[in-house]
Write a protein of this length. Structure first.
Length: 110
């Protein structure tokens, strides 16, 4: 009976020690995940700033004109096509303005 009591006591001590070690391990894991979250949030913020600077319309217009040789359309190169919402009956077709863009740029040969 004494051996059984001693073994039971040792088992309880091992369970207690294992539980404490597991709690410490999980605590370290939580701290590591918090650091990872902070790093990822910082990267997200940097990417948002980079996206907004790269998608700025002034920058895109400058790249289009300087690097791609594009220019604004001239008079007569643009025809506006106005669509009507679905479900509305057609009205006077002559009154709807129509715009279509045409590419008159000379082909570039490299």
């Amino acid at each position: 009976m004494k051996i059984f009591t001693v073994l039971l006591g040792l088992c309880l001590v091992f369970v207690f020690v294992w539980e404490r070690v597991d709690m410490v391990r999980i605590g370290y894991q939580i701290e590591r995940l918090k650091r990872d979250k902070t790093v990822l949030e910082r990267q997200r913020d940097e990417l948002r700033v980079q996206f907004s600077s790269l998608s700025a319309s002034n920058r895109i217009a400058k790249l289009a004109t300087e690097q791609l040789g594009m220019s604004l359309p001239q008079q007569g190169q643009l025809i506006l096509v106005q669509s009507r919402p679905s479900g509305t009956p057609p009205t006077d077709f002559a009154a709807a303005p129509v715009r279509v863009a045409r590419n008159y740029l000379p082909s570039r040969r490299d």
